[in-house]
Write a protein that binds this ligand. Sequence first.
Ligand code: G3P
Ligand code: MG
Length: 257
Amino acid sequence: MLEQLPRPVIFAHRGASAHAPENTLPAFELAIRQNADAIELDAALCGDGQVVVFHDGSVDRTTDGQGLIKDLTLDALRELDAGSYFDESFRGVGIPTLGEVFEAVGGKTIINIEIKNYASPLDDLPEFIAKLVSHHNLADRVLFSSFNPIALNRIHKLMPDVPIGLLTVAGIGGALVRSILGGWIPHQALHPSLQNVSHKLIQNQHRRGRRVHVYTVNHPEDITRLCRWNVDGIFTDDPLLARRTIEAAQNAEDPTP
Ligand code: G3P
Ligand code: MG
């Protein structure tokens, strides 16, 4: 599936999160309208074992509620407003389940599912996600990523044909994970932090037959530099700006109409 993606592929990070509340259906639908090639979302387990699409461990920053996702039931999460923190015009927008996102946009785009079980790295989130992907028949339209190597190994055993992106943190930690765990974790793509990316890193990964998808890239000068370095993809909050910047960079390379 990765081979069929354009280069560089534009992943709308948490949806078009520069223009709509992150990880919500409006953000994903807007990303598609803005012509993003793919969306990225964060999948986590809530208090009664449902898979919800949410970034933080707590609901405090992006909703009108308080508490930890892992302690709140789906019914409790459904009461929360996850839109008005971003803009009053989004009041009433809720936290979606992964199944609801699949229903709404699964047939319209490629989905990068970040397995977000960092506080409980041994939980059954990988199994729940794999079941949902199978149930919705989306195995050839998703890729999995995580900073948690255990989750990646588990989901790879369940769905060996689905591509995997190894997420690495910024700084020395990311470099260490790459060199120490890189050979042990199955992955077809490296998902490094922008801070850690160099032309050499991209060339090295290409030599190993891997793609490089960089997070989170919002500034045109960074996008242009990564294009020059032959990056395979970027995660961006603003797919519209990214598209314009990439087109400008490509036209500058090949000015023939
Ligand atoms: O998948 C790229 C990016 O989403 C990883 O970091 O914290 O935005 O989920 P975060
Ligand atoms: Mg993420």
